[in-house]
Design a binder for this molecule. Structure first.
Ligand SMILES: N[C@@H](CCC(=O)N[C@@H](CS)C(=O)NCC(=O)O)C(=O)O
Length: 201
């Protein structure tokens, strides 16, 4: 399999992490997202008409985008996705939450800051991103306080989806020391077999 990716991307990291934990070999193709390499005619035509990484090229003619959909595809039939109907739906619940409430705030603030993309318009949006990002983190904190993992007391792709940008939230200006249950959960996720850091390609 080939993973169209950017090494700084938490969305790409989700897929790298699961592929590694599943022991599946893959070739990684790096794109410079700041230089618009995912917006070329070639990329839009052949890789992803939505102009974004990650994209997993499972086989010629089968290219899958959207990080959480890729996780769901890869995890099918493995311990990373429960068999139970309720638990599977809860995994999806957390992954949709990640995409709607968490990633647009926590990840976007990190991206603008670490890629030095702040401008007056974005500076003006940062307080709103912080408020909504903190609300998402508080929701996770309350859920995790009496639990070890997000769903069914075991490590699943819901944990991978939310770990990716939560563990680097500090780079976006979020103070994680306010969230002890998240801190303990981050350590549990990082202690899973075959865990890799976000910097590993
Ligand atoms: N919802 C998508 C978001 C993908 C996304 O935003 N990718 C960013 C990098 S993290 C990207 O490719 N940005 C380049 C661009 O938009 O031109 C997912 O979860 O995969």
């Amino acid at each position: 399999m080939r993973l169209h990716d950017n090494i700084t991307s938490g969305n790409g990291y989700k897929v790298r992490l699961l592929l590694t934990q599943l022991g599946l070999p893959f070739e990684r193709i790096e794109y410079d997202i700041d230089k618009g390499e995912t917006r070329t005619k070639e990329f839009l035509t052949r890789i992803n008409p939505n102009g974004r990484i990650p994209v997993l090229e499972v086989e010629p003619g089968f290219l899958l985008s959207e990080s959480d959909a890729i996780l769901f595809y890869l995890a099918e039939g493995t311990p990373f996705l429960p068999d139970d109907r309720r638990r599977r739906a809860e995994v999806l619940q957390w992954m949709f939450f990640e995409q709607y409430n968490h990633e647009p705030n926590v990840a976007t603030a990190r991206y603008w800051i670490t890629h030095r993309l702040l401008n007056p318009a974005r500076e003006a949006q940062l307080p709103g991103k912080r408020e909504a990002g903190y609300a998402a983190l508080q929701l996770m904190e309350d859920h995790l306080a009496p639990r070890r993992f997000l769903v069914g007391e075991r490590y699943t792709i819901a944990d991978i989806a939310l770990y990716a940008y939560t563990h680097v939230a500090g780079e976006g200006g979020f103070d994680l020391s306010r969230f002890p249950a998240i801190g303990a959960w981050l350590a549990r996720v990082a202690a899973q077999p075959r865990h890799i850091p976000i910097t590993q390609g």
